[in-house]
Design a protein around this ligand. Structure first.
Ligand code: SF4
Length: 378
């Protein structure tokens, strides 16, 4: 990462099947448009990355592992034509178990994908069925083994806690399975069900129990304990890494540095503006096929007061917290002065700690982080 380098996110809104909890922008009945989409994305890359320098590339989705190695190669080469990719750039591809072969993994590894993020979610077949995932636990272990054999030495596993029917014991079994595999990075998210997702409707109809928030909190605390004992650093509220394996791409977001998000639903923070591409696949394809770049669905100039607040809220997600020196160098005002009342209140509530001109969440603050964050909103 350099002073002027950015992160580049590319969204691939295609999946084989919609999972029961999914509220991401992904289409299941449009696989025949992947090739058109890649052509359009190439045009967006050419227009929007000209002259830029990237410290990370992220193929996210959706299911970007539906892209062929040739398509991935074309995209990377398109980026290299108009922009610079730093030699030590982190290049991540999100992948779902079940559809990946050893040959595919070897090919994409050779193309420069140096980090694989596997959507494992659970090591219980019953839980995977409730989530509506396409893979089972045998396939999950199998793909992990293949990824290692293909040469991936930086693997993230995504896990979900707070699942219906899960208990502290069943979650412990899940964590033990993860630890047996020893990935370099673990992302752990609590299940949240947006309205209109199939699982939300099942809960509403009483077909699925609503997760007990106390059990979910106990599961999170258990993860903190077990992963800490296993040598993982809990460097961000939802993320753990072995030393040296923090996600460079995601750190860009949490440090509130500039990034570009391309493709359907891509979000960017660049030149003091937050912009969002529309979520409509047809519109994206139509506009780019007619060489008429679509207007962003959102384009907001972020003034310094908001950038300061966002930098603090995002930075507090990290275990290092936010240092007054960093904020002063970037924005001028001292965070301790600007937010004195909020900081004192959170310290008194046991949610924040202040040490050496640095503020960070306490363990209790990590559990109740939203209680802290809203206080810093301008
Ligand atoms: S694989 Fe991911 S993006 Fe696709 S439907 Fe499932 S949760 Fe959504």
């Amino acid at each position: 990462m350099t002073e002027n380098s950015l992160a580049l996110y590319m969204h691939f809104p295609f999946c084989l099947k919609k999972c029961g909890y999914c509220s991401f922008v992904s289409y299941t009945n449009r696989l025949e448009h992947i090739s058109d989409y890649v052509n359009c994305l190439q045009k967006e890359i050419k227009l929007r990355t000209d002259g830029l320098c990237f410290h990370s590339l992220y193929f996210g989705g959706g299911t970007p592992s539906l892209l062929s190695p040739a398509q991935i190669a074309d995209i990377i080469s398109g980026i290299k034509t108009s922009a610079r990719i730093l030699p030590d750039a982190e290049v991540t591809l999100e992948a779902n178990p079940g559809i990946l072969t050893l040959q595919y993994l070897e090919q994409i590894n050779r193309l420069g994908i140096n980090r694989l993020s596997l959507g494992i979610q659970s090591f219980s077949d019953a839980e995977l069925a409730v989530l509506g995932r396409l893979h089972n636990t045998t396939q999950a272990r199998d793909v992990y083994k293949k990824a290692r054999a293909a040469g991936f030495d930086n693997i993230n596993l995504d896990l979900i806690y707070g699942l219906p029917h899960s208990t502290l014991l069943s979650f412990k079994t899940n964590l033990n399975e993860v630890l047996k595999l020893a990935p370099e990075h673990i992302s752990l998210y609590g299940l949240t069900l947006e309205e209109d997702t199939p699982m939300y409707l099942q809960v509403q109809k009483g077909l699925l129990p609503f997760m007990d928030s106390e059990i979910a909190a106990d599961q999170y605390q258990l993860a903190e304990e077990m992963l800490d004992n296993a040598g993982y650093r809990h460097y961000e509220i939802s993320n753990w890494a072995k030393p040296g394996y923090q996600s460079l791409h995601n750190l860009t977001y949490w440090q509130n540095r500039p990034y570009l998000g391309l493709g359907v639903a891509g979000h960017s923070f660049f030149q003091n503006c937050r912009t969002a591409n529309d979520i409509n696949l047809d519109e994206y394809l139509f506009c780019w096929q007619n060489n008429c770049p679509p207007e962003p669905s959102e384009n907001i100039h972020v003034d310094l007061a908001n950038q300061l607040a966002e930098t603090i809220i995002l930075g507090l997600r990290l275990d290092n917290g936010v240092s007054a020196e960093y904020v002063e160098n970037r924005f001028g005002p001292c965070v301790m002065d600007v937010y004195y009342p909020q900081i004192q209140e959170c310290v008194e509530l046991g949610l924040l700690e202040e040490h050496d001109r640095c503020i960070r969440l306490t363990p209790r603050g990590r559990l109740l982080s939203n209680e802290v964050f809203w206080r810093f909103l301008p």
